[in-house]
Design a protein around this ligand. Structure first.
Ligand code: URA
Length: 215
């Protein structure tokens, strides 16, 4: 999907001065089987313009396939739609001099708030019944800080409101609409902790019976 120009302008303005690169539109159908909400695009996504196109994306596609879904069946987006980067000066042995690198990083709370109109717009547009948050950033963005991923991963949280931008656009309020939210570990979690692989596989399988009922 393409965000309306006016919305993009608004978000650009809200994000002025933040270390955020480019814009990667969310993608997927209206009334998807489910919506995936991640953290923020990385370099691969900003270059390809496809959400979850890099290494995390490969893991995510495996999880989707395990419950009979393809990329086209789901709507994929994240809490922040630009790449958060840091500025690091490192010594390059190859070039024998100091060079500046711009690695990916986690988005800050301010950046998530700045980009909140985009996620709200997408949820309104796609009207998902089921939202799968992947990672802590997405979980906190939609359900606040009351849940910890290590405790709720794979659980089905039914009939819950979600956080959306307030009228003053400087904080969040609970939505009137209710959703089914399923928090999952971020697909990149296995890169840091291989032991999570089996848990993640099991957690995704919990979603499958729900899809049968919904469709
Ligand atoms: N992580 C995300 O949250 N989104 C992407 O598109 C890629 C990695």
């Amino acid at each position: 999907m393409r965000y309306p120009d006016k919305l993009l302008e608004e978000v650009k303005d809200r994000a002025k001065g933040m270390k955020l690169e480019g814009i990667n539109f969310g993608a997927g159908p209206v009334h998807p089987k489910l919506m995936i909400v991640g953290e923020a695009p990385g370099r691969e996504e900003i270059e390809s313009l496809i959400p979850f196109h890099g290494a995390s994306g490969k893991e995510l596609m495996k999880s989707l396939a395990s419950i009979g879904l393809k990329r086209e069946d789901v709507y994929i987006t994240s809490a922040v739609r630009s790449r958060p980067y840091s500025v690091k000066k490192v010594f390059s042995k190859k070039e024998n001099k100091e060079v500046t690198k711009y690695p990916n990083r986690k988005p800050t709370k301010k950046e998530i708030l700045a980009h909140a109109p985009l996620l709200d717009y997408e949820i309104n547009y796609a009207q998902p019944k089921i939202i799968v948050t992947v990672g802590t950033t997405a979980l906190n963005r939609l359900l606040g800080n009351k849940y910890e991923i290590s405790k709720v991963h794979g659980k089905i949280i039914k009939n819950t409101p979600i956080l959306k931008l307030n009228d003053a656009k400087d904080g969040y309020v609970w939505s009137k609409e209710k959703y089914t939210i399923i928090p999952q570990y971020h697909p990149a979690a296995v890169f840091y902790n291989r032991k999570l692989a089996e848990t993640i596989t099991q957690d995704w399988l919990n979603i499958k019976p729900l899809l049968k009922r919904e469709n």
